[in-house]
Design a protein around this ligand. Structure first.
Ligand code: GLA
Length: 386
């Protein structure tokens, strides 16, 4: 549950700046991905949940055509009129302006608005603050202009923002989790069917801990696109060899040796086996077999490290140190990769010990401070009328 405090704060900040009450607040959470990494853009399976960190955007309509958006965290504002041509220079402005432009192509906004953005989703930590921003903002525009778009259409529009305004060919994992999550559940996402279902995530004695390597994911954009292209190339070649392959999900492990290029073999092998691990993880959860569940997380890491090659030295170290601890059942790199975080399944009453230990070994090895945080699952995005 979102705390009343953060909502009241949002309302007060808006009123302070704009000298009027907001009409509504649109909120969307960040996400963690339990398993199913680098599968979404190729119609695979993933299992994320939303976490107890949110972006909140407070809105009120205006009578004129001015659009004034303030970002509390960046201490910046975007101030334009509806028809003004504008080139956003920073990322938060690209997200917001991208949402506006895409909505405008569906229906020209009838009036301007004031908006105030704030939140507590850590930026650049791999928990999708950007998806939370897009989803909160896009849902907000849908409400403001009474567009009656359904939840799935909205996140597809958010994905267009990533593709068209950030030039990252990302999948829908982050936005899907932020929009559709349910507290105490994992979402099982099938990007081939574009469908989701929920599996219970009520882990009595365990918790989710993220270790942020504090390695910034500078290469993430280009390397991510490289992976997208490599896997598409692998599919293209496999289709030529095997008539039964029409989509990514038709690819079986036995098909892979037909590819001549070893790199393409490795990339697609990760994809095929990662989808399988998601299915196995669901079974393990249903049987309450957390040892198996944890082992699947760690296997996912090894695959992302050796086959998909999206890890880095610092992250590998964090994972290896974590799984040495008897009370950590599994650990893996999470999100786009090339830095960022590991996600760890740890016994609840050892969380403190885990954090102290990992911080200390990491500092000793790299002379860097890891940031360690525990998260729990929450409901997806919603609109709160003020
Ligand atoms: C990033 C992207 C997601 C997904 C993950 C990897 O978070 O935004 O769409 O591809 O990387 O699983």
């Amino acid at each position: 549950m979102i705390t009343e405090k953060i909502l009241t704060e949002a309302e007060h900040m808006f009123t302070d700046v704009f000298k009027m009450e907001p009409a509504f607040i649109s909120k969307a959470p960040g996400r963690i991905n339990i398993i199913g990494e680098h599968t979404d853009y190729n119609f695979g399976l993933s299992m994320p949940c939303a976490i107890n960190r949110w972006i909140l955007v407070s809105f009120s309509p205006r009578n004129d055509d001015r659009i004034q958006i303030i970002s509390h965290d960046f201490n910046e504002q975007l101030d334009i009129t509806i028809d003004e041509s504008y080139t956003p220079e920073s990322d938060w402005k690209k997200y917001v302006y991208g949402c506006l432009q895409i909505i405008s192509t569906l229906k020209k906004p009838a009036h301007g608005f004031n908006a105030f953005i704030q939140g507590n989703v850590p930026v650049g930590s791999g928990v999708s603050s950007s998806a939370a921003l897009e989803v909160a903002f896009m849902n907000g525009l849908n409400e403001l202009y009474n567009l009656q778009l359904d939840k799935l259409t909205i996140i597809k529009l958010c994905q267009r923002v990533e593709h068209e305004y950030l030039q990252v060919k990302s999948g829908l994992l982050d936005q899907y989790a932020s929009q559709f999550a349910k507290a105490n559940n994992f979402l099982v996402l099938d990007f081939q069917q574009m469908s989701h279902r929920y599996v219970s995530a009520a882990l009595e004695n365990h918790c989710w801990i993220l270790c942020n390597s504090m390695v910034t994911r500078t290469l993430a954009g280009t390397k991510y696109t490289e992976r997208v292209e490599e896997t598409q190339q692998a599919l293209k070649e496999l289709k030529m060899f095997f008539p039964e392959i029409r989509h990514f999900r038709d690819i079986q492990e036995a098909h892979i040796p037909a590819l001549k290029n070893v790199i393409l073999q490795k990339r697609i092998k990760h994809y095929v086996l990662e989808n399988k691990r998601v299915e196995d993880a669901i079974l393990a959860l249903q049987k309450n077999d957390l040892t198996r569940f944890g082992a699947l997380l760690s296997a996912s890491h090894i695959s992302l490290r050796d086959l998909y090659e999206v890890s880095c030295t610092e992250i590998d170290f964090l994972m290896e140190q974590a799984v040495l601890l008897p009370y950590c059942l599994g650990s893996r790199i999470m999100g786009g990769g090339f830095g960022g975080c590991t996600i760890n399944l740890v016994e609840k009453d050892k969380a403190e010990e885990f954090s102290t230990h990992i911080k200390s070994v990491y500092k000793k090895q790299f002379n860097r401070n890891a940031e360690i945080k525990e998260y729990h699952s929450v409901d997806g995005a919603s609109i709160i009328l003020v």
